[in-house]
Design a protein around this ligand. Structure first.
Ligand code: 4H6
Length: 289
């Protein structure tokens, strides 16, 4: 059971987490999401949670006292707990972080609103994280994005045989194109290979299309890809199909199959000369370099 605790002035904004897969995960007891409205920890008679900035300037900032009080009032952690602050100034949230957080027993999210936080609130957080380079009216939507990504990574949430570990971002490659019926939709055909039932060829096609998409759409991800030896022929084909991919050739030339070094065979202990026909069977590759 993984617990999420959200400190927010607007718990009603989290209604979308009560639908679909996140609803099922909570009903199945895999996940619990608690909300703490830190306005309940405001001590002034008007329950103020914000105030004007020292030094002047437009807008209001969240005061430290209610958020400090709310964090101090949390029950002692049941295990590993991470306190997270969402802000446009944080480290960008990536799948690697999802994997790391999925190993915690509890995640606590502090959602800011108004123009921002009093700087002293930052010391409550273990991490400051951003979902991307844009500004939101509050941290709530960012927290929902992160909760969704972590919940779907918890074993059992997606179902029995579907593993989030197999997802495109685990391999740093984009997903290959997928199709369902009909095989001909208004003249648009599903690639023939996918109808062939030839599983090895389908696997090869999918790997090639994942590579193609990653190079063409997300060149920034390419440096994180671990190429396999059997990617070599796929990459060479893609180089011929796209000049833009050919420019990356230095990345995979080390995977070029080397011609096998001829060595004395264990069946040829007398050191006899190998016949011409045997050498042909071994298949000497002719390669550049
Ligand atoms: C901290 C500081 C996260 C949090 C300021 C939060 C974008 C992201 C917020 C603010 C967020 C993100 C308050 C500044 C409203 C703008 C909440 N915006 N803001 N990219 N906003 O993850 O005014």
């Amino acid at each position: 059971m993984m617990q999420f605790t959200v400190l927010t002035l607007f718990p009603e904004m989290f209604a979308p987490l009560q639908e679909s897969i996140l609803k099922r995960a909570q009903e199945a007891g895999l996940v619990k999401i608690l909300f703490v409205n830190f306005r309940d920890y405001a001590t002034s008679k008007h329950k103020n949670v914000d105030d004007v900035p020292y030094g002047g300037g437009a807008g209001m900032l969240l005061k430290p006292e209610p958020i400090f009080a709310a964090i101090r009032d949390l029950p002692p952690p049941c295990g590993r707990r991470r306190v997270i602050l969402m802000s446009p100034q944080g480290d960008v949230f990536r799948q690697e972080k999802v994997r790391e957080w999925s190993e915690q027993e509890e995640l606590v999210f502090i959602c800011g609103h108004y123009e921002g936080f009093d700087e002293r609130i930052r010391e409550l957080a273990d991490e400051e994280v951003s979902i991307g380079d844009y500004v939101l009216t509050g941290g709530e939507l960012a927290a929902m994005v992160m909760i969704d990504a972590v919940v779907r990574f918890i074993p059992g949430v997606l179902g029995e045989d579907t593993s989030a570990e197999e997802d495109s971002h685990s391999s740093s490659l984009l997903e290959y194109p997928q199709y369902t019926r009909p095989s001909d939709f208004e003249g648009r055909q599903v690639p023939k290979i996918l109808l062939s039932g030839h599983h090895a060829m389908i696997k090869r096609w999918r790997r090639k299309e994942s590579l193609r998409r990653t190079f063409l759409r997300r060149p920034d991800l390419v440096k994180a890809v671990t190429f396999r030896v059997d990617d070599y022929p796929l990459l060479e084909e893609l180089s011929l199909e796209h000049e833009a991919i050919a420019e990356w050739q230095d990345l995979w030339k080390h995977l070029c199959p080397q011609p096998k070094r001829r060595r004395r065979s264990s069946h040829n202990t007398e050191g006899k000369q190998c016949s011409e026909s045997h050498l042909q069977e071994v298949g000497v590759l002719e390669l550049d370099e």
